[in-house]
Design a protein around this ligand. Sequence first.
Ligand code: IPM
Ligand code: MG
Length: 372
Amino acid sequence: MAKHKIGWLPGDGIGIEVCAAARVVLDRLGFDAQYVEGDIGWECWRQEGDAFPQRTVDLLKRVDAAMFGAITSKPVKAAEAELIPELQGKGLVYRSPIVRMRQLFDLYVCLRPCKAYPGNPINFKEGIDLVVFRENTEDLYAGVEFNPVPQELADTLGHLSKSFAPFQKLPADEYAISCKINTRRGSERIARAAFEFARAHGRKKVTIVHKANVVRATDGLFLEAARSVAKEFLDIQVNDANIDAICMWLLKNPFDYDVLVAPNLYGDIISDLCAQMVGGLGFGCSGNIGAHLAVFEPTHGSAPKYAGQNKVNPLATILAAKMMLDWLGESDMAVRLEEAVVAVIAEGNVRTYDMGGANTTMEMAEAVASKL
Ligand code: IPM
Ligand code: MG
């Protein structure tokens, strides 16, 4: 019997190619796994009206960890228009499968390391080494949204909040409401994960990202909860910054930052910013981590325009596989894999188009595998 049981969910578009590339590397490492392939993505949506079918949910209950590629997402109306005719007009609503997966399995930590590997020609600056902890289940991603807005909700908000007055008389379909919901428990546990990581990895500082000066209820709670957790970690420096300001400061002084912790949406935003500083989405790797399951993925999407061309950079997915090895306790393999990536980037002989080269997805994977 294989040592690890791994859910394998390539999804759509370039997800298929980058997962195949990561598999070449995992196989060369000698990673002892049984892979269980699962259906997820746009074709499931079109044919079955569910991009994340129950059989795939059940599959994830039976594995130790999973690798996920990418999935096409489209706005509600565009998604409905692509359903097979039999499923149209049934009120099916497309919701991002990865967001649902994070919530269903309570994968509350979104861990996104952003390291500038030496010699990568598209590093913003050499030496950048940031780690983003993004809360992964709440906030504006809660999925509590209204468009049109029910009268009952408008009446209640009118009673409860003076600030609602400018909206109250609007026709129901002339505005929309998306609820930002943040809990103390959710805020504390992502903060704790960030501080524990900092301590375990010899990191010096954690920066709490928020907009508590304006979004006082939810971000106020997040900031307060994170600060209270910080008191348990007196060996780690703590500071905080507004989301807008930190976007400037991160670019200006990336070496002033170390570990960043943020509510879901701000974490989504800064993780793209940080990824761009270390070579862009071709290098953005991500772990969605809960108490019982962790799902690893490249941060980039399905990039339909590049699908099937064997062109995109698989390193984000290969680095996500490295994160999976760490999480499974296969530290030696994780180290070897990262060293192989470091060597390929430093040598500069094999580069995908984003790095200014002309090598294919599979050539990059083979180059990494050849170092193992
Ligand atoms: C990410 C992505 C997703 C998100 C999308 C694809 C739903 O941008 O993982 O950062 O918003 O979380
Ligand atoms: Mg994102």
